[in-house]
Design a protein around this ligand. Structure first.
Ligand code: PHE
Length: 452
């Protein structure tokens, strides 16, 4: 049997996990959810949830993954024998594919915006053209669809040809570049007139805006952003060496992810207020705001602004592609291993399946705007169903398996490296308590609040 590869060290582990975690979730999803949920209050709830609910789940999934040394479906079947285990394992295959279908729609938007940046559209935009330009773009039928299918095609091509090492190497460069660019945009955004309103919005909580939904959104976003509840962390951790410190890696990844999201908030929100865009305007928030920022930047320095815009959308696109590739790979691995299909056939089938599902999400901003499921447009439904439904169930599954089914000694061994990491040994009872009681009850409370 081929020897399984391992990550080369702690920095490599954190980089790989942070690479999966940091993506559109931080830059696109976090700012718009913060805007819809009243700002700083949402951020505080999100941070608390990440530390007391998501981090233990992250640790649970990494312990299960490293223990089993295999893919997520097999890891789950090893803990839950029989049909139940197979079905639960299936959840870890279905969720990523569901997410891929609409993730690709957003990936497609960044393709269009990259074109616009290359055509130097932003620096020619007048204030009246900036507002509503995103709405006009997604309201069309063909261009967004073409971009979505184009993004799916790129994802499939990468998964078929397996230029994995290439794209992984690229993402190692892309994430730091993206970080630097977000810092540049933040600094610029803070100089815009009226920017301080955006800063206050992110720093001063207004708890009167908090509803039951705020909590569900915060937890869903936290899972989404850390790629939890769908077998990705289980799979990644199966490549982590025995001597690595899983608790340190989990904490490192969560903190990087939180910081990146909050930073993206400071890049976007001041400009939202400066441009007079409604913070709660939904999934298009950053696509409405960024052109405004680049247009303003262009007044001072068109060359710098165009270069920043192009680089920004290239890196966003690649950050999105590294995620979409991992989402498709989960399904491809399952189909080839369990159904015996050829890799190419599996990729094509998933390309068509997710492409078709995503078509509905894409059209929901235009021709299918009137079609609603549970009162939500199709795109919003797909997104909420994934983050507030499938991921919560997947996360619950992980905590129950790691907290109650996996032998306690095995969990202890993984999280403390057999008792050799003294600080981890001290923290273990806290992690176990969070995992066994706080996390399951917290998630159940969220699910209940959705149903009631
Ligand atoms: N965590 C990624 C992001 O924030 C999204 C993602 C979810 C990636 C699930 C892979 C799996 O963009």
């Amino acid at each position: 049997m081929k020897k399984r590869e391992n990550f080369s060290g702690r920095a490599a582990v954190i980089m790989a996990m942070a690479g999966s975690a940091i993506g559109l979730g931080n830059i696109w999803r976090f700012p718009y959810l913060t805007g819809q949920n009243g700002g700083a209050a949402f951020v505080i709830i999100y941070i608390i949830f990440t530390l007391i609910l998501s981090l233990p789940i992250f640790l649970a999934e990494s312990a299960m993954g490293r223990r089993s040394g295999t893919n997520s479906r097999t890891a789950i079947s090893a803990l839950v024998p029989g049909r139940a285990g197979r079905w639960l394992g299936m959840l870890t295959v279905i969720t990523p594919l569901w997410i891929l279908s609409y993730y690709s729609v957003v990936g497609g938007w960044s393709v269009e915006y990259l074109f616009q940046a290359c055509r130097l559209d932003f620096i020619h935009l007048g204030p009246e053209q900036v507002s509503g330009s995103f709405g006009r773009f997604v309201g069309q039928t063909w261009t967004p669809l073409l971009c979505h299918w184009g993004f799916m095609l790129a994802t499939m091509a990468i998964v078929i040809f397996g230029v994995k090492s290439g794209i992984e190497k690229f993402s190692k460069v892309a994430i730091p570049v993206l970080f630097v660019l977000v810092v540049v945009i933040t600094v610029y955004s803070l100089t815009l007139p009226g920017a301080m309103k955006g800063v206050a919005y992110l720093l001063v909580p207004d708890f009167s805006k908090v509803t039951g939904h705020t909590f569900v959104d915060a937890l869903g976003q936290s899972f989404y952003s850390l790629s939890l509840g769908m077998g990705i962390i289980i799979t990644y951790s199966s490549y982590v060496k025995k001597q690595e410190n899983l608790m340190a890696a989990g904490l490192g990844t969560s903190v990087c992810d939180l910081l990146f999201a909050y930073l993206a908030g400071f890049a976007i929100m001041p400009a939202v207020f400066a441009a007079g865009i409604a913070p709660g305007s939904g999934p298009g928030l950053i696509f409405d705001t960024l052109p405004y920022i680049f247009a303003q930047m262009g007044l001072n320095s068109p060359v710098f602004s165009s270069a920043a815009a192009i680089l920004f959308f290239v890196t966003i696109l690649f950050a999105a592609l590294t995620s979409s590739v991992s989402l498709m790979e989960v399904g491809v691995a399952y189909i080839t291993e369990s159904w015996g299909w050829k890799r190419r056939t599996a990729c094509l089938a998933l390309f068509l399946f997710c492409g078709a599902l995503g078509t509905l999400a894409s059209l929901s901003f235009g021709p299918l705007a009137q079609v609603k499921v549970f009162g939500l447009q199709l795109f919003d439904f797909a997104d909420s169903f994934a983050s507030n439904g499938l991921l919560l169930v997947g996360g619950l599954l992980s905590v129950i398996l790691a907290g109650w089914v996996m032998p306690r000694k095995a969990l202890f061994t993984e999280l403390t490296n057999g008792g050799t990491l003294r600080r981890n040994v001290k923290l273990f009872p806290v992690v176990l308590f969070l995992l066994r009681y706080v996390a399951p009850l917290g998630i159940l409370a969220m699910v209940a609040s959705l149903v009631i």
